[in-house]
Design a protein around this ligand. Structure first.
Ligand code: ZN
Length: 249
C-alpha cells in the first residue's frame, strides 16, 4: 500500500522532508515509550517498597512485643496476688497447728500446708519464667525503638528519591509531548492517522529503508520488492512488505 503525502504537486523534497519528520515523530514516541517503561520499573520504587515492608514489619514486631510485655506484667501481678493469698492461708494453717492435739488433724493440716507449698513453688517458678520472658521482650523492644529514627529517615529519603526521579521523567515526558504536538501539526492529518494505526499494532511505525533492509523488522526485501519501493512515486510512503511499517527512503 502506498501513502501519498500530499494531493498537491509534490516533489522529492516534500517526500524526503515528510519522511524525515515522520522518523522524528517515531523518535519522540520511542523516547516516550522508554521514559514510561523506565518510570514503571524504577529501582527507587523497589527500594521504597522494601523500606515500607521493613517499617510495617518493625511496627508489627513492636506491637507484638508491647502486648507480650503487658500480658507478662498482668500474669506476674496475678501470680503475686495468689502468692500473697497462699502465704496468708499458710500462716493461718500454721497457727492452727499450734492448737491441734489430735495427730490425724495435725497430719491433715500438714498435708494442706504441703499442697500450698507446692502451689507456691510452682507459682514462683512460673513467675521467674515470665519475668525472664518480659525482660527479653523489653530488651528487644528497646533495641527496636532505637532503630526508629533511622528507619523513618530511610523511608522519608526513599519517598523523596522516588518522587524526584518521577518528577524528572514526567518533565521529560511533557517536553516530548509538546515537541510531538508541534511535529504532528506540521504533518498531513491522514499520514499521522496512518502512522498511529501502524504504531498501535507494531509499536514502531516508521522505519528507514537502508539498502534492501527495513530497519523496522531488520529483514531484507527481495530485489523485486526493493524495485517496487524505489519505483513508488516520490510523494508516497510505501509499506514494508514484511512488517507493514511505513518505509522512509
Ligand atoms: Zn519491515
Amino acid at each position: 500500500m502506498l501513502f501519498h503525502v500530499s494531493d498537491d504537486e509534490s516533489s522529492d523534497e516534500t517526500a524526503n522532508n515528510v519522511g524525515s519528520l515522520l522518523l522524528q515523530l517515531q523518535g519522540l514516541d520511542t523516547a516516550s515509550d522508554q521514559a514510561r517503561h523506565r518510570k514503571a520499573n524504577l529501582a527507587e520504587r523497589d527500594h521504597l517498597n522494601a523500606v515500607a515492608t521493613t517499617v510495617v514489619e518493625w511496627e508489627r514486631r513492636c506491637t507484638a512485643l508491647a502486648a507480650q510485655i503487658e500480658n507478662s506484667e498482668r500474669e506476674i501481678a496475678l501470680a503475686e496476688q495468689r502468692s500473697t493469698e497462699i502465704d496468708a492461708s499458710r500462716r493461718r494453717l500454721q497457727d492452727q497447728m499450734k492448737t491441734v492435739i489430735a495427730p490425724r488433724e495435725a497430719e491433715a493440716l500438714q498435708h494442706e500446708i504441703a499442697t500450698l507449698d507446692e502451689e507456691r513453688s510452682a507459682l514462683d517458678e512460673g513467675t521467674l519464667l515470665k519475668m525472664e520472658e518480659q525482660s527479653a521482650a523489653e530488651t528487644e523492644l528497646s533495641s527496636l525503638r532505637a532503630q526508629e529514627g533511622a528507619l523513618r529517615q530511610e523511608a522519608s529519603s526513599a519517598t523523596s528519591a522516588l518522587a524526584e526521579v518521577e518528577a524528572s521523567i514526567d518533565a521529560g515526558l511533557t517536553e516530548l509531548s509538546t515537541s510531538r504536538a508541534q511535529l504532528v501539526a506540521s504533518l498531513p492529518a491522514a499520514l499521522v492517522s496512518r502512522y498511529e494505526h501502524v504504531r498501535a499494532k507494531l509499536g514502531v511505525a516508521a522505519a528507514m529503508l537502508a539498502g534492501s533492509r527495513c530497519e523496522g523488522c531488520h529483514l531484507d526485501l527481495s530485489p523485486a520488492e526493493v524495485d517496487e519501493v524505489r519505483r513508488a512515486p516520490a510523494d508516497a510512503l510505501p509499506d514494508c512488505p514484511q512488517c507493514g511499517r511505513l518505509l522512509v527512503r
